[in-house]
Design a protein around this ligand. Structure first.
Ligand code: TXA
Ligand code: MG
Length: 317
């Protein structure tokens, strides 16, 4: 059931039930992060391997201190600038977090989301919320309550409706090791923003020494086959007779004849494109095309995060 009652959501959560919650990035599938029972339900509902750890959400930096064993200065700096917001920081966990929440790892991914409804909900609870994106494993993340309903409606008792997600793609994930910051997953908080905040340059390792078991290649995928290309016209020409949908950044390709064209941001605004990305993919996926041809974004700023999602969505099954 979809509703707007924070009290109803809180009651289910106190009872170790799993509910969907809105965040500024994507909807989350939330349960008590301190409860093994609740966390196991999250994995089961999502059909997610137990080896893929969950993000723990809370509503204040003071509460974060109880969840971690150390809080490096550099991480505190990022937290003070970007929280509440779409940044997840991986830190060493405290004993309060059960092993199942972090997939047996000593580290825990933490974030203070920037959504008024979920911040109020977190304020009413005396435990943090473990919440992966509210999709089934490897499918597109939902960015509105209706999409959650269609994906998981029969498996959960309540979807807390907070409208459509402002940012539209998952948080930037960083880890801190030996006073160095690594980007584990790009997001709308860019490498450049993090570098400016810390006055240092950071690198995005192609294969880092850091374990990030959730970075499966195939992810965020529609069921419709998808191709990512730098040259839409050429790819369309090669594919001839298929029922084709084209997903582009700002160019509407007026001279192309295909079955459907979706432009993510006519003004070439990457923030707007990110906001529309999953909704566009989800809608196209339900419309019965043979193939979705997506345009590669400029590989800078938020474009890095959009390309990451498009690349993973277009991996073959
Ligand atoms: O924006 C978001 O981050 C959304 C909203 C709901 O907060 N959540 C989200 O969660 O995207 P999820 O589970 O779909 O993606 C979290 C990623 C996974 O790839 C997981 O492997 C990684 O974070 N992760 C979680 N804990 C980790 C840890 N301790 N060490 C390394 N990676 C971790
Ligand atoms: Mg996810």
């Amino acid at each position: 059931m979809i509703g707007t009652s924070i009290e109803t959501a809180a009651a289910y959560l106190r009872n170790n039930e799993v509910v969907a919650i809105p965040t500024e990035t994507v909807y989350g599938l939330a349960g008590n992060a301190f409860s093994e029972d609740a966390v196991k339900k999250i994995y089961a509902i999502k059909n997610r391997p137990l080896s893929n750890p969950l993000i723990v959400h809370t509503d204040s930096i003071e509460k974060v201190r109880n969840l971690v064993s150390t809080f490096p200065v550099i991480a505190e700096k990022l937290a003070s600038v970007f929280w509440p917001g779409p940044l997840t920081i991986i830190l060493q966990k405290s004993a309060l977090i059960p092993a199942v929440t972090t997939a047996q790892q000593d580290s825990v991914a933490i974030r203070i989301p920037n959504h008024p409804v979920t911040l109020r909900l977190l304020g009413e609870l005396d435990f943090p919320l473990a919440a992966p994106s509210a999709n089934r494993f490897a499918y597109i993340s939902p960015v509105n309550a209706q999409a959650v309903m269609e994906m998981l409606g029969t498996s959960i008792p309540y979807i807390l409706d907070g409208g459509s997600c402002k940012q539209g793609i998952e948080s930037t994930i960083v880890s801190v090791e030996n006073e160095k910051v690594f980007i584990n997953r790009p997001g709308v908080i860019t490498k450049e923003q993090i570098e400016n905040t810390l006055s240092t340059s950071i690198s995005v390792p192609t294969h880092s020494a850091i374990a990030h078991p959730g970075m499966f290649k195939k992810h965020y995928s529609p069921k419709t086959p998808m191709i990512l290309t730098e040259d839409i016209s050429e790819t369309v020409a090669q594919l001839g007779d298929l029922k084709i949908a084209v997903l582009s950044f700002y160019n509407s390709y007026p001279h192309l004849t295909v079955n459907k064209k979706v432009v993510l941001s006519p003004n070439a605004d990457m923030l707007e494109a990110a906001h529309h990305l999953y909704d566009a993919l989800y809608t196209l996926d339900k419309s019965g095309f043979d193939i979705i041809i997506a345009e590669k974004f400029p590989q800078n700023g938020i474009g890095t995060a959009i390309n990451d999602r498009l690349m993973k969505a277009s991996e073959p099954f």
